[in-house]
Design a protein around this ligand. Structure first.
Ligand code: HEM
Length: 412
């Protein structure tokens, strides 16, 4: 195995302590230039598995290559978090496999074929009016406060409401759903004080809630996505359990991601005032994609090699884990002119923030783009003079989600 001598000894691309300070962009740049597919030894005591390391894939082209070849790079051995801590034990992998993110074709193809009915452009358009009204209300609520934390006042709320709206959760149940969702995704940062047990209990409660919803719609179909996914029995529909796990995935995949795109987007505007002025004036349609590239809310996902293969000139052995570092791919100068520049008119913008284009490409992309557009339009209309207040944003301690925990602002 090679080592990259210029990296500090023992540097680990999945060390949450690093990400609490910054995304390691200079280190990614170094790898892209010198060792674009690099073997990262797993520091002792950080793995729930017996593996001794994982491959760090840093170039845009290689991340795409892996993403689009599920027969060589499987999702079946868990995709989400590369550094397995205690919360990810081997027996949990079986449960994880019930989530489509961790399925391979043909099973993945069947489930994806069903659930994407709920995410057609038409289905998303149908949510837009309700979400626009929500975005306006959220922003106006913040304005009344004068100053505050942008993350809790604004960024958190719309993604939660969007998922609730999508699956038709009644108003009176939303607080419970939001509480479970937040507890489930907050495992990585001790400050959130969420234990593994709280996370698993919340997931169980949410699955139970979703399954009950599915059963009720089978009895009595309504005009909502749940009915469309589960109502009729048979091949072309989800079972109630499958629906339960799908809702879990939505709660994880659709919340922190969009929340952090919005928080990073706001921070980028506040630190690039000329881009904020441009946005207020022209509202470029290219804005949301640049925010996602710039933020890259999901730092990485992983795959496992099913066979001996080669990538970027390196020999990958069957069974080895391969980390796709979207944060690096989205700053690859082979693809992006001046990737270090936040430019809301960037076009084309073939970023990999929503994945590398294979079968698992983000199902919620259209919804996420609508949410980002709605919230920044609402902010530009109601809070045009929003400004930074206080210290630098506080970052989430996570090597998986590029997160902001707190961003103090003056709403103007
Ligand atoms: C998958 C990013 C918003 C639902 C993914 C993947 C990424 C991603 C990187 C994995 C792609 C791959 O493995 O190739 C993001 C980002 C978002 C966002 C950056 C916001 C800015 C959403 C929303 C939803 C959603 C709003 C739904 C409400 C999903 C689902 C998958 C997924 C269901 C799994 C798809 C599959 O396995 O076939 N997303 N996502 N995402 N995302 Fe998103």
């Amino acid at each position: 195995m090679s080592s990259c001598p210029a990296l500090p000894d023992g540097f680990d691309f999945t060390d949450p302590d690093v990400y609490e300070q910054r995304v390691p962009l200079p280190e990614f740049a170094l790898l892209r230039e010198t060792a674009p597919v690099w073997w990262n030894p797993q520091p002792p005591g950080t793995g729930g598995f017996e593996d001794d390391g994982y491959w760090v894939v840093t170039r845009h082209a290689d991340v795409k290559e892996v993403s689009t070849h599920p027969e060589i790079y499987s999702s079946n051995l868990n995709t989400a978090v590369i550094r397995f801590a205690d919360y990810m034990k081997r027996e949990q992998i079986e449960v994880q496999r019930l989530i489509m993110l961790n399925m391979d074709p043909p099973e993945h193809t069947r489930v994806r074929g069903i659930v994407q009915r709920g995410f057609t452009p038409r289905a998303i358009r149908a949510l837009e009016e309700a979400l626009r009204a929500r975005a306006t209300r959220i922003v106006e609520g913040a304005k009344e406060r004068g100053t505050g934390d942008f993350v809790t006042d604004i960024a958190v709320e719309l993604p939660l409401q969007a998922i609730a709206e999508l699956i038709g959760v009644p108003q009176e149940d939303r607080a419970r759903i939001f509480d479970w969702s937040n507890k489930m995704v907050a495992y990585d940062d001790p400050e959130y004080a969420i234990t593994e047990k709280v996370g698993t209990d919340s997931a169980a409660e949410l699955i139970g809630y979703a399954m009950t919803m599915a059963e009720a719609r089978k009895e009595c179909p309504a005009k909502d996505i749940v009915s469309r996914l589960v109502a009729a029995e048979g091949e072309g529909n989800l079972s109630s359990d499958e629906f339960g796990f799908f809702v879990i995935l939505l709660a994880v995949a659709g919340n922190e991601t969009t929340r952090n795109a919005i928080s990073h987007g706001m921070h980028a505007f506040l630190t690039h005032p000329e881009q904020w002025e441009l946005f207020k004036r022209e509202r470029p349609e290219t804005t949301a994609e640049e925010i996602v590239r710039w933020a890259t809310p999901v730092v990485s996902f992983q795959r496992t090699a099913t066979q001996d293969t080669e990538l970027g000139g390196r020999k990958i052995k069957a069974g080895q884990r391969v980390g796709l570092f979207y944060s690096s791919a989205n700053n690859d100068p082979e693809i992006f002119d001046s990737p270090e520049v936040f430019d809301i008119t960037r076009d084309p913008n073939p970023h990999l923030g929503f994945g590398g284009g294979g079968p698992h490409f983000c199902l919620g992309k259209n919804l996420a783009v609508v949410e980002i557009n709605l919230i920044f339009n609402a902010i530009a209309d109601a809070l045009p003079d929003i400004s930074l207040e206080g210290p630098d944003p506080r970052r989430l301690r996570s090597a998986w989600i590029n997160g902001i925990k707190e961003l103090r602002v003056n709403y103007g």
